[in-house]
Design a protein around this ligand. Sequence first.
Ligand SMILES: [Mg+2]
Length: 185
Amino acid sequence: MKTLRPALFLDRDGVINEEVHYLWKPEDCRLVPGIIPLLQTAQALGYVTVVITNQAGIGRGMYSEADFHVLMDHIQAELAPHNVRLDAIYFSPFHPEHGVGEYKIDTDCRKPAPGMILRAAEEHGLDISRSVLVGDRCTDIGAGTAAGIPHLFLFGNTEAAPCEGSYRKIDSLAEVESTLRTLSA
Ligand SMILES: [Mg+2]
């Protein structure tokens, strides 16, 4: 039997890149301070790095799936000189009320539902019980909780009020690095 690997699940907007309302243009993309060292540490310790991102801007018709992929390629190109990459990328383009056409559906892949995480675990042989998630919204924490990820971090000040569930609030991504080191020791 193949050994399952631990994953570092990352929300995109507000964790990998600075939160910009419905970001899709590469020129508006700024990496969050600390994300490169976090990815370097995660990669060195054997974590699979997985992006899980709601992209309702696609469903709302604000930008296309192709635009999304162009931006992700741009982010990968920014990371490449630092010898890190995002191993897998999952996105949910749907919205139950504001989606247009085929995008107007309620789906278990839209956070706070855990569909993207569970699919990633299945497709990449991930050990959820040794995995870590970083998000900046309560919907990220909700998805991690529903998936059974034991180590959840709420980064930054995007959320004004506390979220439900058990998580650690952090102001620096370096705190996630410490946890990864401790878990791998
Ligand atoms: Mg976010």
